[in-house]
Design a protein around this ligand. Sequence first.
Ligand code: ADP
Ligand code: MG
Length: 352
Amino acid sequence: MEEDVALALANGHIGFARTDARLRVLAREGRLSQWLPEVGANCCECALLFGMEDELRILLGNRSAFTLPGVHVPELGDGLRANIVIQANAQHGLSILTMADYGAGEIENLLTAERRAKQMADEKLLVETQRANVQTRINAITQERARIARDLHDTLVQAMVAVLANLRLVLKVMDADPQRAISELGATERLAREGLESARVALAQIRSNDIPPLTLGASIRALLEQLRARLEIEVTLDMQPEADDLTGLVAEGLSRVAEEALRNTERHARAHLVQIEVRLVERPEGRYALMRLSDDGIGFDPSDLPSLHFGLLGMSEQMDLLGGRMSIESVKGKGVELSAEAPLLNMEIERG
Ligand SMILES: Nc1ncnc2c1ncn2[C@@H]1O[C@H](COP(=O)(O)OP(=O)(O)O)[C@@H](O)[C@H]1O
Ligand SMILES: [Mg+2]
């Protein structure tokens, strides 16, 4: 037994010291006791026991013991902690046993590693969130650019194409039929002026993106008023009151779809009657806003669309973006029926 203790002392796993009744160090053995003052000095003259004379005297007085667990002892070298047991001994002094606590270091290491791993995970999450935010912004910008490109196509490009075609006609007939040339020039001027006007409207829309939006009802009624002002046409609007008050992304998307659909009716349909119906419906997966728009015009073949025309495409993109869809049914000579729908966000239900 004494041999074992001697071995542990020699290997530096334990340290052993003792003091007299006046707390002076009598003996100090093993590397692990190096934290105590030299033999002959008061044991409280060290960092760990400084100012503890009273406690140690109480210990001596009632012959008890106490432990300092997991103490960081600089003398023991980096990262090593020790458990120190101090007890009153039979010689009226103190025995001080210092034991290396290898486990404490391990736990410390584990905790440090875990903390680092968590920190790294947090940092990674932050980077990913930032990347996702940037991606969302880029997507929004790209979509907005696509929309502006479509608006410009629908206004400026088409007007320019028409103006050019008219000018070519003017050049062709100028010599043979000056009278016709003059009247075509007049028509060309009108086309250019109209194109300019719609381009102005499109630009104003781009700029007014941050003005608080109209309710769905208000914006559709405004569109219909504009249509009636330009065209001899009968328009009916069947708007459910709940849908009338809708604002937000879905309301904005549906108004854009209605706007483009009415523009098509005006340009292509030669219709006498346009009917619009808007309502909110409950479905197992949530609330939806639904819009149906029909005209009694000449119709067209949806499977045979002209290339480089972006109106219909833009409408269905609008609805896709909102998690909804747009479909169009038409037969030549039988008019057009368009339906668009999108799920409402919670926020929109509360406001709507
Ligand atoms: N309400 C409609 N009545 C008749 N034809 C239509 C109607 N809406 C769309 N079309 C046809 O579908 C084509 C594609 O429409 P769109 O994608 O909006 O392009 P754009 O209006 O620039 O021609 C139109 O050129 C037209 O032939
Ligand atoms: Mg169009």
